[in-house]
Structure formats: structure tokens, C-alpha cells
Design a binder for this molecule. Structure first.
Ligand SMILES: [Zn+2]
Ligand SMILES: [Zn+2]
Length: 179
């Protein structure tokens, strides 16, 4: 869990920073992605005024398919996060804070707990390479038969004569169209 209680930090002097080592964290990522390695790195939280500035440098790996030959590829990725999180309860008065002023802001929960799961999930999804390749010179799949061209040294299709039965059918169709 990428979750941190910042109640003490909110009571510290502005500028106070806490560092947390992230080790072996697993996270459900978006449907089309799969983590291939636990998340590791560092989270730094600091108090700025009445909010918390969360910064993180994390690394993990994702598993996806090579965009040319479709075999599974593991790609290491690094993500950097910088988010400002606002409280939902005033740390001094215990009163709820009006969220309407900044409805889209990242919020601490009512126990002053900061969850970074969602920002990290988003950052990981944005860090996914658009065209992931198993290797830079991946030869991809044959457009005719679908064979993996990385596995074969010579691969060519002759101009194959069309199956006579199909030829008859095509001819029949053509006639049917013109009538
Ligand atoms: Zn490939
Ligand atoms: Zn082929």
C-alpha cells in the first residue's frame, strides 16, 4: 500500500520533510497493463502551508506485448510523481474542510491518511511506451500467414495459385453481381 499517515507532519513546521522507502509494493494497475516487478523507490512528503507536497521516484516493470510480433515483453519503467494533497479535515479544529473550492484536488482522508495509489497508477499507465518492442529490430509477423518472422531465416510466399474451387466460386459471384 502506498498510504501514509501525515497527521504528525501536518502539525510540524512548514517545510518539514519525511522520507519513506518503498519496497516490494504491489499495485493493481489499469486493465490492459500488468506489473512485472514490484514497485520500489522513495516517497518524500513535505508540509507546505496547510497541504502536503508528495514527491516520489519509483521504478517497476510492466508486461505488455511487443507491438510487432505480439510476444510478451517486460519493460522497466521509472515514474516521477509530484502531487499536492489537501486535507479533508482541519488538523487543528477537526472540522471538515469545504472541498468545493478545489473539487479535483488529491485529498487526505478523514484520518489524514495520504493514498498515493491512484497517482502512481496513473503515472505508470502514462509511462507505458506507446510502441513496445521485444527488440529494436523485431521483424514482426508475416502479413500473409501470421508466422513470427523472428523465428525463420527465409520466409516468402510464392504467388500461390488460387484453389480451383475458390476460383469457381469467385467467378460465380462475379456473374451473380453483374446480373
Ligand atoms: Zn517483437
Ligand atoms: Zn508467411
Amino acid at each position: 500500500m502506498l498510504s501514509y499517515n501525515v497527521a504528525t507532519l501536518l502539525r510540524s513546521a512548514p517545510g518539514t520533510e519525511r522520507r519513506y522507502t518503498v519496497e516490494a509494493v504491489d499495485l493493481d494497475v489499469y486493465d490492459d497493463l500488468q506489473l512485472a516487478a514490484p514497485i520500489a523507490g522513495e516517497v518524500r512528503l513535505s508540509r507546505t502551508g496547510r497541504s502536503i507536497l508528495a514527491r516520489a521516484n519509483l521504478s517497476t516493470a510492466i508486461e505488455a506485448n511487443c507491438s510487432r510480433c505480439l510476444r510478451p515483453v517486460v519493460a522497466p519503467i521509472d515514474v516521477e510523481i509530484e502531487e499536492v494533497a489537501l486535507p479533508s479535515i482541519d488538523i487543528d479544529t477537526g472540522q471538515p474542510i469545504d472541498r468545493d473550492a478545489e473539487p479535483d484536488a488529491l485529498r487526505l482522508d478523514e484520518h489524514h491518511e495520504l493514498a498515493l495509489d491512484e497517482p502512481v497508477r496513473e503515472a505508470i499507465s502514462l509511462a507505458e511506451p506507446i510502441a513496445l518492442l521485444c527488440r529494436p529490430d523485431c521483424r514482426g509477423l508475416c502479413p500473409v500467414c501470421g508466422s513470427d518472422l523472428n523465428n525463420v531465416s527465409e520466409h516468402q510466399h510464392d504467388e500461390e495459385p488460387i484453389d480451383p474451387r475458390l476460383a469457381d466460386l469467385a467467378e460465380w459471384r462475379e456473374r451473380a453481381d453483374t446480373n
